[in-house]
Design a protein around this ligand. Structure first.
Ligand code: FEO
Length: 396
């Protein structure tokens, strides 16, 4: 029982909506699941663009065969070799042994390593085109969006971009497939969580991809996760452009690690003072409770960031340490930064946060606020200075 879903007369959407998997890449929570999308072009030649994760789609090949109605599959385009999109390649090749596989040199290197496939390969150069009847497909190398081999396929005829992971989101689709059928704000949030955690490290490569995409007309974007964008294409392109430049909106994320509530009270106090400073978007999180992927998504969204930690074995708390490692790995920048923390004996929480900020190259808006023992009113001066300076800079 598979509904027929067409983007255009000749381009079919095929999606698998996975609500069983708990963790994407065995790491990122999927409370609302995830969709794997691929696309079938029925023209003089038949073309499948990407597949889905192995076993996720039930009878995936049967679904393709039903749409082909007795025709064979002429081409399989591999935009991206990560297994969530290539898991069904073996089944496709066994069912359609003459299918020609379109990719680039790096694609085929990994294709052989995973599947042992060395035959019927069509290697395309960056910018090369192939005509399959009415449609003319162009292949654009977009390395590191999200793996080195990644490319996008553009249907120059109907102006449709098959974008791979780019413009994709977490969250299984719930009946609505196209952006004019869904609640944009929910998927925007999950698109940013996907972008910031999965692709965010490669913002400069996203900008290089934009330099190529800016030369073509795009009426619809077909990613491999989440909704198909055909109504708000410019809005989605704009969001990606902004995120890849790490241009945050005015707002502050305050993330703290606290064992007995003292650092938490400092964070809440500073949040109040930041609010009194006029900032209207403030998010306060306990890093021991909220998964880092949500923190990173919000950190990507806003231009202010305050990190706090108690001392733990003369270092910052391990949960904050894990977050800072992730921020360093992702190369987070362009933030108005503040640090805070508490200690009982030798300290170390704020000291290690300061070391981290220096290592990553962040300039702090004000000296770190550190309190010995209970955060009482008479110890609040540094917190007041930090909050006022952050608020002033964030609002700009
Ligand atoms: Fe959805 Fe990079 O795979």
């Amino acid at each position: 029982m598979n509904p027929t879903i067409r983007l255009t007369d000749r381009i079919h959407y095929i999606g698998v909506h996975d609500r069983r998997k708990h963790l994407f890449e065995n790491m990122w929570p999927l409370p609302e699941g995830v969709s794997y999308n691929c696309y079938l072009i029925l023209d003089e030649k038949t073309v499948l663009v990407d597949t889905v994760e192995a076993g996720a789609g039930g009878d995936f090949v049967g679904q393709i065969e039903a749409l082909l109605k007795g025709r064979t599959l002429d081409y399989l385009v591999i935009n991206h070799m990560e297994p969530d999109h290539t898991g069904e390649i073996g089944n496709i090749v066994r069912t359609f042994p003459d299918v020609k596989i379109i990719g680039n040199k790096k694609t085929f290197n990994v294709l052989q390593a995973y599947f042992g496939i060395t035959q019927n390969l069509v290697e395309v150069a960056d910018g090369e085109t192939i005509e399959v009847g009415y449609h003319k497909l162009q292949f654009l190398y977009t390395p590191w969006v999200h793996w080195p081999e990644t490319m996008m396929t553009c249907d120059l005829t109907e102006k449709v971009l098959f974008s791979g992971d780019a413009f994709g989101s977490f969250g299984a689709l719930n009946g609505g497939v196209f952006d004019d059928e869904i609640e944009f704000s929910y998927y925007e949030s999950e698109m940013r969580r996907y972008y910031s955690n999965i692709v965010g490290k490669y913002g400069n490569m996203v900008q290089k991809a934009f330099a190529k995409l800016n030369r073509i007309e795009i009426k619809a974007i077909c990613p491999v996760h989440g909704p198909v964008w055909r109504k708000d294409v410019l809005r989605v392109l704009g969001l990606y452009d902004r995120w890849s430049r790490q241009e945050g909106e005015p707002g502050v994320v305050i993330a703290y690690a606290s064992m007995y509530g003292n650092t938490a009270r400092m964070a809440d106090y500073i949040a109040r003072k930041v609010s009194e400073g006029g900032v209207r978007h403030i998010r306060v999180h306990d890093v021991s409770k909220t998964h880092a992927s949500y923190l990173i998504s919000e950190i990507w969204k806003y231009n202010g960031l305050i990190l706090g930690s108690c001392a733990y074995n003369t270092q910052m708390h391990p949960t904050m340490d894990a977050l800072t490692r992730e921020l360093e790995l992702l190369g987070v920048k362009n933030k108005h930064v503040g640090l805070l923390g508490t200690y009982s004996w030798n300290g170390g929480g704020v000291r290690s946060l300061n070391d981290f900020a220096g290592r990553i190259g962040w300039e702090q808006a004000a000296p770190a606020a550190e309190i010995h023992g209970a955060p009482t009113a008479e110890k609040a001066t540094a917190c007041d200075v930090l909050a006022a300076e952050i608020a002033k800079r964030v609002i700009g």
